[in-house]
Design a protein around this ligand. Structure first.
Ligand code: URA
Length: 432
C-alpha cells in the first residue's frame, strides 16, 4: 500500500495489516517516507488508537529497524527492568547491581533526563570519568565479564524508535498508550532481556496520572512482551510524592550509593527490594516472593550488591573513590533550607512541582541539547505523613545560582500542603 493510503486507512479508523505497518516504519527509517507523513500517521494512531495486533506490529517494526543484542554466549538469565520515570527515581542505580549480585545478567540501556524527570545516564555521569557511551561489543563483553552494564541507549538499537520519538515530542503525540508501549517494549526486546519487569509510575509526578491509565499501559506492555515469548511483569508504583529523599543527579547518585550500603531511605530501599524480588520470582517461579525478598535483602546486607556496583563503575571508567566518599561527587555552592511556616502534618507534596524546582536549579534540561548541572537539586526532609512544627526544614536546596535558588524556594513552598491529617499512599499500588 502507498504511504498516503496507509495514513488514510488509519485516519478512517481501519485496522492496518502487519505488512503495512512494517513497510511504513521501514520506509521511514530508510528515508523514503517523509517526517510529515510519519507525523500524520502518528496523529491518526494517537486519535484512532492501535489494536493489540497493530501495536505488536509496530513493536516488531521498530526492533527490525536496528540490531538486536546477541547475548546467546552468556549462560545466566538476562533480566531487565524499565521505569516509566518519576521524580527522584534512581532505582536503576541500585537495582542493576542488586540483580547482578543475585546471579543475573543485566543489560541496561537507559536514557537522559528530559523535562522534569531525571535520566539514569545523567545520574551516572555525575561520577567523574563514568563512561555511558559503550559500543555494543564493549557492552556485551562487560556483561559477560561482570554480569551488568549500564549505558546510554545505543543508536544501533531500534533507530526507528529514536526517530519516531523525536517526532512525537514535537507533534503532541507522546501521550498515547500504544505508542508508548511499542516504544518501550521494542527497546527492551532488542536488548535481549528474557525476563522484563516494568515499573509503571502513577501519580502527579508521573506520565500516567491515573491508576486506570497506568493499568492500561501495564497490561499492554505485558501482553506485547508475553506474545513475543518474554516473561514480563509490571508493578504499578506510587509517584504522588518524590521517591526517596534526593532529586538531582549527584544527590541521587549519593543516595543510591548509601542504599547499596544499607543506609538508604526506607521507601526507596523497599521499592528496590520489591522490584528485585519480583524479577527473581518471574525468572525463577519456584522461588516464592518471601524467599525472593530474602535474596534481594541479602544482596544489600552482604555487601555483594555494593561491590558489584564498584565493579560496574570501575569497568566503565568511573572514579570508584566516590563509593567510599560521596563528597567527591559534584557539590553545589549554596545549601539553603526551605522551612515550614505552619504546623501540622504533611498531607500532600506535588511531585511534579519538586521536579520543576530541581529543573529550575539546572538539574534537568528543557531541550535534548541543553547541558545540566550535576551538583544541584533538592533533598526532601519531610514526606507525606510527617508532622512538622513551624520553622522545621521541609526540604534542602542545593544550588549554584542565587536567583535559581530563590525561584526553587518559592516553587517548593507551593508544593507542600501541611494540614490536619494525611493519607500515606502505598508505594506498591498493584502487581500485574
Ligand atoms: N519512554 C519511552 O521510551 N517511550 C515513550 O514513548 C515514552 C516514554
Amino acid at each position: 500500500m502507498k504511504a498516503q493510503n496507509i495514513i488514510a486507512a488509519k485516519r478512517d479508523g481501519q485496522e492496518l495489516a502487519d505488512s503495512d505497518i512494517r513497510q511504513f516504519v521501514a520506509g521511514y527509517t530508510s528515508g523514503e517516507i517523509a517526517d510529515y507523513q510519519m507525523s500524520a500517521f502518528l496523529m491518526a494512531a494517537y486519535i484512532r488508537g492501535l489494536s493489540f495486533d497493530e501495536t505488536t506490529s509496530l513493536t516488531l517494526a521498530m526492533i527490525e529497524s536496528g540490531k538486536v543484542l546477541d547475548l546467546s554466549s552468556i549462560a545466566a538469565t538476562k533480566v531487565d527492568k524499565h521505569s516509566t520515570g518519576g521524580i527522584g527515581d534512581k532505582t536503576t542505580l541500585a537495582l542493576v547491581p542488586m540483580l547482578a549480585a543475585c546471579g543475573f545478567t543485566v543489560p541496561k540501556m537507559s536514557g537522559r533526563g528530559l523535562g522534569f524527570t531525571g535520566g539514569t545516564v545523567d545520574k551516572l555521569e555525575s561520577i567523574p570519568g563514568f563512561n555511558t557511551t559503550l559500543s555494543l561489543e564493549r557492552f556485551v563483553k562487560q556483561l559477560a565479564e561482570i554480569g551488568a552494564a549500564i549505558a546510554g541507549q545505543s543508536s544501533e538499537i531500534t533507530p526507528a524508535d529514536k526517530m519516531i520519538y523525536a517526532l512525537r515530542d514535537v507533534t503532541a503525540t507522546v501521550d498515547s498508550i500504544p505508542l508508548i508501549a511499542a516504544s518501550i517494549m521494542s527497546k527492551k526486546i532488542a536488548c535481549s532481556g528474557e525476563v522484563i519487569l516494568l515499573d509503571v509510575k502513577v501519580g502527579s509526578g508521573a506520565f500516567m496520572k491515573t491508576i486506570e491509565r497506568a493499568r492500561e499501559l501495564s497490561n499492554t506492555m505485558v501482553a506485547i512482551g508475553t506474545n513475543l515469548n518474554r516473561r514480563v511483569g509490571a508493578l504499578i508504583t506510587d509517584m504522588s510524592q518524590p521517591l526517596g529523599r534526593a532529586i538531582g543527579n549527584a544527590l541521587e547518585m549519593s543516595e543510591a550509593i548509601e542504599t547499596l550500603r544499607g543506609r538508604g531511605p526506607a521507601d526507596f530501599t523497599g521499592l528496590c527490594v520489591e522490584l528485585c524480588a519480583v524479577l527473581i520470582n518471574l525468572a525463577e517461579p519456584d522461588c516464592n516472593m518471601t524467599q525472593a525478598i530474602d535474596r534481594a535483602r541479602e544482596s544489600l546486607d552482604s555487601g555483594v550488591a555494593s561491590a558489584k556496583f564498584a565493579e560496574i563503575v570501575e569497568a566503565q571508567g568511573g572514579d570508584i573513590r566516590v563509593l567510599d566518599d560521596p563528597s567527591l561527587l559534584p557539590q553545589a555552592n549554596i545549601v539553603h533550607s526551605v522551612c515550614s511556616r505552619s504546623a501540622g502534618v504533611v498531607s500532600r507534596i506535588d511531585a511534579a512541582g519538586i521536579g520543576e524546582a530541581a529543573s529550575a536549579l539546572g538539574a534537568g534540561r528543557q531541550r535534548k541539547e541543553n547541558g545540566i548541572d550535576p551538583a544541584v537539586g533538592v533533598l526532601i526532609e519531610k514526606k507525606i505523613g510527617d508532622t512538622v512544627k513551624s520553622g522545621d526544614v521541609l526540604a534542602i536546596i542545593h544550588g549554584n545560582d542565587p536567583t535559581a535558588v530563590d525561584c526553587a524556594d518559592k516553587i517548593i513552598r507551593r508544593c507542600y500542603t501541611v494540614g490536619a491529617e494525611a493519607n500515606i499512599p502505598p508505594l506498591i499500588v498493584e502487581r500485574i
